[in-house]
Design a protein around this ligand. Structure first.
Ligand code: F3S
Length: 379
């Protein structure tokens, strides 16, 4: 079938050999990361050009992670022309392979995978969400292996595709009340660091908010390697059971450690992982018609799909002077080059990555506090 499929099969067979898979299994969808020109650069462009030239085309529904820019807001981003051109070229190449330019890290808001369906998803936050909340089955793929699975329509049968490997192996006993996306995110950052290869069961953790679980999973996968967590009814464990207790001092210390700056932010960012319609609605409610201060950019990030769905709230945010961007991730864009010094965010994942990837300061606070800071010139 030619070079493109040959190289994809080589990647999948090698992975299968490393992890002891006996065969390939069909997948329902693939989600591909490695889109931002800032993080992937020229080698990816060359690889994608070769796949296009050799006629590679995906066999299953395939979606794409965020890029580094929102073409609709290029002027306000003020980035050099060549960076924009390279980014647009990468997305076009993926499209020519048949991948939908969804450009989001929350593809499950566009199409929810079925319970028990096998996937090949890259993007660690989406992987944890798919396995833990949606109860679909996916390993934590890298960009190249997700792309290879998209081209073949299959993945090697190992890891999260085997029922025994999905069992919890450590109990995280929650001895305090955890509430709001920031505390859930801080819990994920702390537990991810100490987990190693273990799969956690969060004993005593209660929430009815899907958004809090999204932040927990995204943070957990930032500092750790786990692709799944368990919640609710005590699950069946794998091996001898270890227990770790979490109290409120652990959570407050983690939030403090993640905030690297006490300066007034010149960017407030909500939407890591990309916002649901409900999160956009909450931002509009907290703004309540007030104007965003002139010295701050308020960025709310989501997919084009959710932005269209939440049109009324998007209009309210934009009337207040905020910007709702689609298809991009501020963590993998050029914040420093845009004149950003300090970012305030409600996302523990973003707070963990932004200082390292962008060399700018960060403050972690709830959505309400973020919006207050954006509207208050002295905030
Ligand atoms: Fe999504 Fe970027 Fe955060 S890809 S999960 S918004 S780091």
């Amino acid at each position: 079938m030619g070079w493109a499929y040959q190289i994809a099969m080589k990647i999948l067979v090698k992975l299968g050999e490393i992890f002891g898979a006996t065969h390939l299994i069909p997948i329902s969808s693939a989600h591909i990361s490695g889109v931002s020109y800032k993080t992937v650069g020229e080698p990816l462009i060359k690889f994608l050009e070769d796949i296009v030239e050799k006629g590679g085309s995906v066999k299953v529904t395939s979606t794409l992670n965020p890029s580094s820019i929102d073409p609709k807001h290029l002027n306000s981003m003020g980035l050099p022309e060549d960076l924009k051109d390279k980014q647009i070229h990468i997305v076009k190449l993926y499209e020519r392979i048949g991948i939908k330019p969804t450009l989001t890290c929350t593809p499950y808001y566009i199409q929810r995978p079925y319970v028990g369906s096998h996937l090949a998803w890259a993007e660690s936050s989406a992987v944890v969400y798919a396995n833990s909340i949606l109860r679909a089955w996916t390993n934590r793929e890298g960009g190249p292996s997700a792309l290879a699975s998209a081209l073949i329509g299959k993945t090697p049968n190992y890891g999260m595709h085997i029922p025994e490997n999905r069992r919890a192996s450590i109990s995280i006993d929650i001895d305090c009340e955890i509430k709001g996306e920031v505390e859930f995110g801080a819990l994920g950052i702390y537990v991810g660091r100490i987990l190693g290869d273990e799969i956690p069961y969060f004993k005593g953790l209660r929430t009815s908010e899907e958004v809090e679980l999204k932040h927990l999973g995204a943070a957990l996968a930032s500092t750790g390697m786990t692709p799944i967590f368990h919640l609710g009814t005590e699950p069946e464990y794998k091996g001898s059971l270890e227990q770790i207790s979490i109290d409120s001092s652990v959570i407050s210390r983690t939030i403090e450690d993640l905030s690297t700056s006490s300066e007034r932010p010149n960017m407030v960012f909500i939407g890591c992982p990309h916002c649901s319609s409900r999160e956009i609605e909450r931002v509009a409610e907290f703004l309540d018609g007030r104007k965003v201060s002139k010295d701050v950019r308020l960025w709310v990030c989501t997919s084009r799909h959710v932005k269209n769905k939440a049109k009324t709230y998007v209009e309210r945010i934009e009337a207040s002077g905020g910007t709702v961007l689609s298809g991009m991730c501020p963590v993998v864009t050029w914040l420093k080059e845009m004149g950003i010094e300090t970012v305030m965010t409600n996302s523990a994942k973003a707070a963990y990555y932004i200082p390292a990837l962008n060399k700018v300061g960060v403050k972690l606070a709830s959505t309400r506090e973020c919006i207050e800071a954006a509207c208050n010139p002295k905030g």
